[in-house]
Each structure stands twice: as structure tokens, then as C-alpha cells.
Design a binder for this molecule. Structure first.
Ligand code: SF4
Length: 236
């Protein structure tokens, strides 16, 4: 498919590159233990968990997968599962019709094309039903140590925008913006750090700018409520 001129991603703000180099060490200090919260013991479990985590908390996914992974141990198990039963097994993660269908079809493809193993390339992963770049990046990085990009979830998307690291809304374009400014050896780490920032300080409704380690570098700091705006003016 050709990309029309008008759809060209907007470039990340000019000042973003020097700023990200100050942001990363601060985040590393603040969230040194930041790690993926999903529980998994092998690439297949990580793939299934990540598909289930769309529009769902990691805590809920971990509750569901605790029994799911006891019941389904291989790609063959999911591929041969009764769809209604699989839907019921993953129901509480939401969007369970689609998630169950994608997991079953995805595992059918693993059985038929990949010797029942999770593939280790971006191209092959993106070919699987229910797998977009976020899931593919997570599986490649966490299961195989392969770094091809930056996983952009809802927290990475929100915090990147607020921090002025991107002006885009589309996760694919945000990923491209981040890849342009984040040093490659930090591509895997930055997603974990921004997720922790988004969960702990830069929460969706009332970001905790007062106590956020980035409030001197962030163009959105103290802009979310009357009180906070007042505090910013006072600080100036
Ligand atoms: S200063 Fe506020 S808006 Fe900026 S990253 Fe921190 S919590 Fe989010």
C-alpha cells in the first residue's frame, strides 16, 4: 500500500532528542525495577498473555492465565480447543470473542507453519492473527532478546505525548518518533520505564506532576488542573 503525502508522520519535536537523554537516566533511577508484569514461562505463554492484555490490566490477565496455562500447554492445545470453551476461559479479560478467535487461529498457524513454535522475526509475528507491532516487539524482546522496535501501549502513548516526544496519535508513528530519538540500546528499556511512569505518576486522569521526577523537563507539567496551573505560575 502506498503512503499518501498527507499521511506522512509528523516529526518529533526538535527539542525531544536532547531532552530524552536527560529523561532516560531519571526514569532509570526512579523505576529501576521496572519490568513486564505479565506472568509467563515460555514464548507461547508470553504471546497468549500479550494478546489477552489488550484493553485489560496485567493483574487481570495474570489471574486468567494462572488456570489457562495449566489447561492449554502447547500451540496444538489452543489450535484444537473448542472456541466456545476458550472464550469462556478468557472471558473476564474483555473482548473475549476476538481474543479467543485470534489465539486459536494464531496457534493454528504456529502448528501449520512454524512447527508449533513462536517465530523469532517481526515479519513472521506480524503475520499471526491478533499480533500487531506492540505484541511482536514484546515477544521478540522479552522471549528472544531481539530488539526491532519499541512497544507502544496505552501508557507509552500517553506519556510520550505529554513529554513532547511525539505529536502523533497512531502507535506505529509514535514508535517511529521514539526510535528516532531514543538510543537503540534503550529501545527495550524505554517502554518498561514509560509504562511504569504512566502507572505510577503520569496516570491518565490526574497526573502527579508535583512528585514526578520529570516535572522540570516535561512541557505538560502542571497543566492539568486549575490548582496545578496555579502552582506552576507560583513556581515561575
Ligand atoms: S510532569 Fe506531569 S505530565 Fe509530565 S510526565 Fe510527569 S506526571 Fe506526566
Amino acid at each position: 500500500m502506498t503512503t499518501r503525502k498527507t499521511e506522512k508522520p509528523q516529526a518529533a519535536p526538535v527539542s525531544a532528542k536532547p531532552r530524552i537523554r536527560k529523561i532516560i537516566p531519571l526514569l532509570e533511577k526512579q523505576y529501576s525495577s521496572a519490568e513486564i508484569a505479565l506472568h509467563y514461562a515460555n514464548p507461547l505463554e508470553l504471546l497468549v498473555s500479550t494478546i489477552l492484555s489488550a484493553q485489560c490490566t496485567d493483574e487481570r490477565v495474570n489471574i486468567v492465565t494462572k488456570s489457562l496455562f495449566t489447561k492449554y500447554k502447547s500451540a496444538e492445545d489452543y489450535a484444537g480447543a473448542d472456541l466456545k470453551e476458550l472464550e469462556s476461559d478468557v472471558r473476564s479479560t474483555g473482548f473475549y470473542h476476538n481474543k479467543a478467535k485470534n489465539i486459536k487461529q494464531c496457534c493454528r498457524l504456529l502448528v501449520d507453519k512454524h512447527h508449533s513454535q513462536v517465530p523469532q522475526t517481526m515479519e513472521e509475528l506480524l503475520d499471526l492473527p491478533g499480533v500487531a507491532r506492540k505484541t511482536a516487539n514484546i515477544v521478540l524482546q522479552k522471549a528472544f532478546g531481539v530488539i526491532e522496535g519499541i512497544a507502544v501501549d496505552t501508557h507509552v502513548r500517553r506519556t510520550s505525548k505529554r513529554l513532547g516526544l511525539t505529536e502523533n496519535e497512531d502507535p506505529g508513528k509514535i514508535e517511529q518518533d521514539l526510535m528516532r530519538i531514543v538510543p537503540k540500546d534503550k529501545w527495550a528499556r524505554i517502554a518498561d520505564l514509560l509504562i511504569f511512569l504512566g502507572r505510577n505518576a503520569c496516570v491518565a486522569r490526574k497526573p502527579k506532576c508535583q512528585t514526578c521526577a520529570l516535572n522540570k523537563l516535561c512541557p505538560s507539567a502542571f497543566t492539568f488542573s486549575k490548582n496545578q496551573s496555579t502552582k506552576k505560575q507560583e513556581a515561575n
